[in-house]
Design a binder for this molecule. Structure first.
Ligand SMILES: C[S@@+](CC[C@H](N)C(=O)[O-])C[C@H]1O[C@@H](n2cnc3c(N)ncnc32)[C@H](O)[C@@H]1O
Length: 284
């Protein structure tokens, strides 16, 4: 029988998860700890949540059990071309602007960051949008030379699935049109494998958004979608300030549909395109 989670155990585990990932669980989310840690309790031979907590605090290699706990607690819901408008804005506004700058010799690269990429649908939808755009100017075979998409997440399980680029018959249908399916995927028995043209544009890496960004490049476009909702108010402010510092001048930021910078940051200005809202880094 599964052990009962006491109030004290909930608080200890909630604080540990927050410390490790910035994910804040209020009392209504106690069931998440009970449901999602069940397998971990068994694997790590713990008979109580207190034991799990102490093992996590002292686990070796450094923090391994904590990593597994954070992995288990993350919600990785995602789908292809989620909300559509970011990809429309990218394909119809941002990429044409950047291509113009490239043609004029004012730009050499386009750096895009999918900052909570889950199982890969977001960065691959972005890469597909890039390939679609560049196929209209007959540069799709070469554009991976100057378009680079970094895709990061805290969840090792999601990242491994993203990097594999193979999707089952349920996840492939969520948001992906027939044209894109035929053009950018190969069927392998009941699954679909992402084409190399898409894959070679995307690099996957682990990254914890609670910690300072350690990436050399400055991003022209950042997708920070459907992840801030899990963070505390103070972390949202900190994170937006750090994201802004990691962006190129006038870089663009996409948040999830229900998310806003309002009340958390004054470093961006709102941009509207066909009723869709996104953000641009303010000038100096
Ligand atoms: C709901 S999914 C959103 C995926 C995608 N951005 C989208 O909008 O479809 C949230 C993702 O945020 C990741 N995440 C949560 N906390 C994180 C953190 N501290 N650092 C990096 N990624 C985190 C989770 O692992 C999960 O894959």
């Amino acid at each position: 029988m599964r052990p009962q989670l006491t109030d004290l155990e909930f608080k200890l585990l909630r604080d540990l998860i927050y410390e490790e990932s910035g994910i804040f669980l209020n009392e209504t989310k106690a069931y998440l700890i009970e449901n999602r840690f069940a397998a971990l309790m068994e694997q790590s031979c713990c008979s109580s949540y207190t034991e799990l907590y102490h093992k996590a605090r002292t686990s070796k290699p450094s923090g391994h059990l904590c990593t597994l706990m954070v992995d288990a607690i993350t919600t990785n819901e995602t789908f292809w071309f989620r909300d559509q408008y970011p990809y429309k804005v990218l394909g119809e506004k941002i990429l044409p602007q950047y291509e113009h700058e490239i043609a004029q010799g004012r730009r050499r690269r386009i750096d895009i960051w999918s900052a909570a990429c889950s199982t890969g649908q977001e960065p691959y939808s972005t890469a597909i949008t890039v390939l679609d755009f560049y196929s209209t100017v007959q540069k799709d075979a070469a554009c991976h030379n100057w378009v680079h998409i970094l895709a990061t997440d805290i969840s090792p399980t999601s990242l491994a699935r993203a990097d594999e680029g193979i999707y089952d018959s349920v996840s492939i249908k969520r948001g992906l049109g027939q044209k894109h399916l035929e053009r950018y995927f190969q069927q392998e028995s009941n699954c679909w494998k992402i084409d190399d043209r898409v894959k070679k544009m995307v690099s996957f890496r682990p990254n914890n958004l609670k910690l300072p960004v350690v990436v050399p490049q400055r991003f022209d476009v950042v997708f920070l979608r459907n992840v801030m909702i899990y963070f505390s108010e103070s972390l949202k402010c900190e994170l937006l300030a750090r994201i802004e510092r990691s962006m190129a001048p006038n870089g663009y930021l996409f948040l999830g549909t229900g998310e806003t910078i309002s009340g958390y940051s004054t470093l961006f200005e709102m941009v509207e395109f066909q009723k869709a809202i996104y953000y641009r880094k303010k000038g100096p």
